[in-house]
Design a protein around this ligand. Sequence first.
Ligand code: FES
Ligand code: FES
Length: 159
Amino acid sequence: MDRKTINVTINGEQYIRNVEVYMTLAEFLREEIGLTGTKIGCNEGECGGCTVIFNGRPVNSCIVLVNEIDGGDVLTIEGMSQDELHPIQEAFLEVGAVQCGFCTPGMVMSAKAILDQNHHPSEAYIRKNMEGNICRCTGYVRIMKGIILAAERMYGKAE
Ligand code: FES
Ligand code: FES
């Protein structure tokens, strides 16, 4: 198996690791770095459970190879909160957007990517940008509410 040494920043910390080049980013995070908050559901880019932010954009980490992340910057769910929950996480809990919780890390990361780009997203905008995130429990209404509540708390109400 081909191996390569990669240098990547994850949640603000630098990691230099010699890895098998066909390892996915999701496997790298969970098995190599021990960050198991990123979930692997379908493992084929369909469910969004493994979403992380790579170089400012949301990606399905199960279909990104470590070979592609060398020199990059990754934000995972563990990097979202330090002592306190991130406002998106707080809002999700408050409106009941978390049931089994399996999809939640991916949902939170996608929501963060949306709010970084658009401080006052419409429901249609959120729906469009979250269509790759599947939830089998909540029916999405509360997730939508949670994102809008978080946006209001973080950036104020839309005009
Ligand atoms: S586990 Fe990556 S998209 Fe489903
Ligand atoms: S809360 Fe269970 S899959 Fe979304």
